[in-house]
Design a protein around this ligand. Structure first.
Ligand code: FAD
Length: 455
């Protein structure tokens, strides 16, 4: 087939939009295919609406705290229908922005579900489009078969589209999406129970963050069920019954399935071009986003590596530069900062303490655990915790971990220093901005402990 396009991108989410615009900027003829709404998970049903819900939840705390600062606060309550309408308007506005970005960038949008019909051919409904390169940027979706019956539960997509909130909610899962919604819903007046497999939520995060996250959730009134991932979900009248490993049964009118996500690759036709998908349906790629099949590439959540918006965007741009620019571009995923937008939030970059030890580092561990000035003033209990992992041999700062107000904003800025390979001496030389919480990161002088391989 003749090539109508140099590149056809399947999926107009974070990665697909970034890749298509960059490729078009290099002069390529680019088409993008989207079966749902332009903007993808992050904008329509992920990062953005989730964070807008977190902001709503934080106002509840702020109203309480304001009284300690001298404000008289009248009767107040959260009205979900108003938030839902405002959220719908905002995501529609952002979708419009993304559509305009594509149009202004010279990217042709095809609306419908795309399918790979051959190495250089994509179908969208009845249409067949030819391209020199195909990019799979179809993202991921919630798994619905992790537990028998879990398909009856709501997903994060459904939760973010609720017009009214339930009085009680069960959240199944211990990852960042489960924890974020537990913290948010609890602030919005929902009685939340969190059921997860491990002894602490947030597997993969630093142990000191996990223990403090569990405590913060408990303080917010979330009932924690460690080791309590249900083995069965069944309908019980208008409710769902969760049967836990210990045999106990718990009924809820609203259950959120936050047990994980899986690449959107089923039925995409990738096997027809000779691609063997990974266990969860991930598209196999090398560091540049090339699959083993010439002319077929993949980025973002469809590849199930670091499933974060900035990673999908960076992968998309790097691939477009490699295919259509003048230089081969490869992404370094060694240091990826990320956040958990619970309340208080978590942010982190670099290995956990146990990962760094397992990698053979001798570590100087610096810690600070304090009640921020803002909390102390009104008698609030919320604390902030910061941890710095320094390689004892080279003095290089390997990782930062924080739970506390503004953690994502603070760690984002310090991520630049880590990316530049900053040493502890350079942190020490940095003058503080006072009074801030962030200054603690440049004021830690004595390690709390020195651990790991002998020097
Ligand atoms: C609740 C939630 C909260 C999150 N919060 C954060 C956060 O705070 N920070 C962060 O960095 N990340 C967050 N993420 C993850 C982030 O949203 C994803 O990592 C990111 O969107 C991945 O981008 P992508 O381009 O790979 O895929 P997506 O953004 O998922 O886009 C894929 C697009 O492809 C479309 N598509 C699928 N199949 C086809 C087909 N056959 N034909 C045409 N179109 C198709 C889909 O409709 C979708 O629009 C969150 C995710 C969720 C679910």
């Amino acid at each position: 087939m003749s090539s109508d396009f140099d590149l056809i991108v399947l999926g107009a989410g974070s990665g697909g939009v970034a890749a298509s615009r960059r490729a078009a900027a290099h002069g390529a003829r680019v088409a993008i295919v989207e079966g749902s709404r332009v903007g993808g998970t992050c904008v329509i049903r992920g990062c953005v609406p989730k964070k807008l819900m977190m902001y709503a939840a934080q106002y509840g705390d702020a109203l309480q705290e304001a009284q300690g600062y001298g404000w008289s606060v009248g009767a107040s309550r959260f009205e979900m229908p108003r938030w839902a309408a405002a959220k719908a308007a905002e995501t529609a506005r952002l979708e419009g922005v993304y559509r305009k970005l594509l149009a202004d960038g010279g990217v042709e949008l095809f609306e419908g579900w795309g399918r790979v019909a051959g190495p250089n051919c994509v179908t969208v409904g009845e249409r067949s489009l030819g391209a020199r390169h195909i990019l799979v940027a179809t993202g991921a979706a919630p798994v619905r078969d992790s537990i028998p019956g879990i398909e009856l539960a709501a997903t994060s997509d459904d939760l973010l589209d609720l017009a009214t909130l339930p009085e009680r909610a069960a959240i199944v899962g211990g990852g960042y999406i489960a924890v974020e919604f537990a913290a948010i819903l609890a602030r919005l007046g929902v009685a939340v129970s969190l059921f997860y497999r491990d002894r602490l939520p947030l597997r993969g995060f630093d142990e000191d963050l996990r223990t403090r996250a569990a405590l913060a959730l408990q303080t917010a009134g979330v009932a924690l069920h460690p080791g309590g991932a249900p083995r069965l979900v069944q309908p019980r009248g208008t409710q769902l019954r969760l049967t836990l490993p210990d045999g106990s049964e718990h009924d809820f009118a609203f259950v959120l399935n936050a047990t994980g996500r899986r690449p959107n690759t089923r039925g995409l036709g990738l096997e027809s071009v000779g691609l063997t998908l990974g266990a969860k349906g991930a598209v196999p790629v090398d560091a540049r986003g090339h699959t083993p099949v010439a002319g077929v590439h993949a980025i973002g959540d469809a590849t199930d590596r670091r499933n974060l918006t900035p990673v999908a965007i960076a992968e998309g741009r790097a691939l477009a530069d490699t295919l259509f620019g003048s230089e081969v571009s490869e992404l370094d995923l060694e240091l990826v900062a990320s956040a958990v937008f619970m309340i208080p939030p978590i942010a982190t970059i670099g290995p956990t303490e146990s990962e760094a030890l397992a990698a053979g580092h001798a570590l100087k561990v610096y810690e600070s655990d304090f009640r921020p000035m803002k909390q102390a003033f009104f008698g609030g209990a919320e604390r902030s915790y910061m941890k710095l992992l320094v390689d004892a041999a080279t003095e290089r700062v390997l990782a930062l971990h924080m739970i506390g107000a503004d953690a994502p904003e603070i760690v984002q800025s310090l991520a630049v220093a880590l990316t530049c390979g900053a040493t502890k001496a350079q942190f020490d030389r940095t003058l503080a901005v006072h009074p801030t919480a962030a200054e603690e990161f440049v004021l830690m002088r004595t390690p709390a402990r020195v651990v790991g391989a002998s020097l």
